[in-house]
Design a protein around this ligand. Structure first.
Ligand SMILES: C[S@@+](CC[C@H](N)C(=O)[O-])C[C@H]1O[C@@H](n2cnc3c(N)ncnc32)[C@H](O)[C@@H]1O
Length: 226
């Protein structure tokens, strides 16, 4: 062992450029962590009504969130990980009849629940999409604004999902992620992880806010994909 260390040091002193270039090359050829294998939380399958808790609009300052994302009349919005459709119905009222909201979820029960809800509330501009874990299955070039609300930490293949989302985005569209800091499996994920994975999928962090919860544990990140 000692002999190898002496040899390595001797090489470094005699041929520093060769040795350093070798290490630089091997560092460059090591792929960056894809984020695909980090820990994520189990997708929620419980009672969907819990997402409609009283006062949630105020706690989250949802109107401000929608302003930031440019959710205005006539726009096409995607609610990825829609759950009970809490955000879907609010966005649908805001974009009006000239707009569309895609409620996207991997859970068929959530999709049925939102379909019934939209019918009861006479929101004809809501379209439900039973999506895939790594693909929101949205139509190409159609979406102006996306929100992943308390969902990102559950997404099993976040980089693949964000990459597959890109072709559905219109120029100038915004992708919002609201989540809470955590270790991935405790219903939260560090915001630096989200920023890194979004960059791997070709997104740029455009804005970030901490108004979505008083305790500052939650963050609101806004990405663009130009
Ligand atoms: C904690 S719930 C949040 C629901 C809703 N966004 C809200 O805050 O009211 C997360 C939702 O994301 C969905 N989900 C998890 N992974 C997903 C994925 N890869 N693509 C789409 N939906 C996903 C789950 O089925 C669940 O309905």
């Amino acid at each position: 062992m000692f002999r190898y260390r002496v040899l390595a040091l001797a090489l470094l002193f005699c041929f520093p450029n060769v040795v350093l270039t070798h290490f630089q090359n091997s560092a460059q050829s090591t792929p960056a962590p894809s984020g695909e294998h980090r820990k994520t939380s189990e997708p929620y399958t419980g009672d969907l009504s819990i997402f409609d808790s009283p006062g949630r609009d105020q706690r989250l300052q949802l109107n401000r969130v929608m302003e930031v994302l440019g959710v205005t009349a006539g726009k096409t919005v995607a609610d990825i990980g829609a759950g009970s459709g809490w955000f879907t119905v609010r966005a649908a009222k805001r974009v009006g009849e000239a707009g569309t909201v895609y409620a996207v979820d991997i859970n068929p029960e959530a999709i049925h629940y939102i379909g019934d809800r939209a019918q009861k509330e006479q929101l004809h501009n809501v379209k439900t999409v039973l999506s895939k874990e790594d693909d929101p299955l949205l139509p190409p070039g159609s979406i102006d604004a996306v929100l992943l609300l308390k969902t990102y930490h559950e997404v099993a293949q976040p980089v693949a999902l964000l990459r597959n989302l890109r072709s559905s985005l219109r120029p100038g569209s915004k992708v919002g992620v609201i989540d809470r800091n955590g270790n991935g499996e405790n219903h939260g994920v560090g915001k630096e992880v989200v920023i890194r994975e979004a960059a791997q999928a070709g997104y740029t962090l455009a804005e970030q806010y901490d108004f979505v919860k008083g305790d500052k544990m939650d963050y609101f990140l806004v990405f663009t994909a130009e």
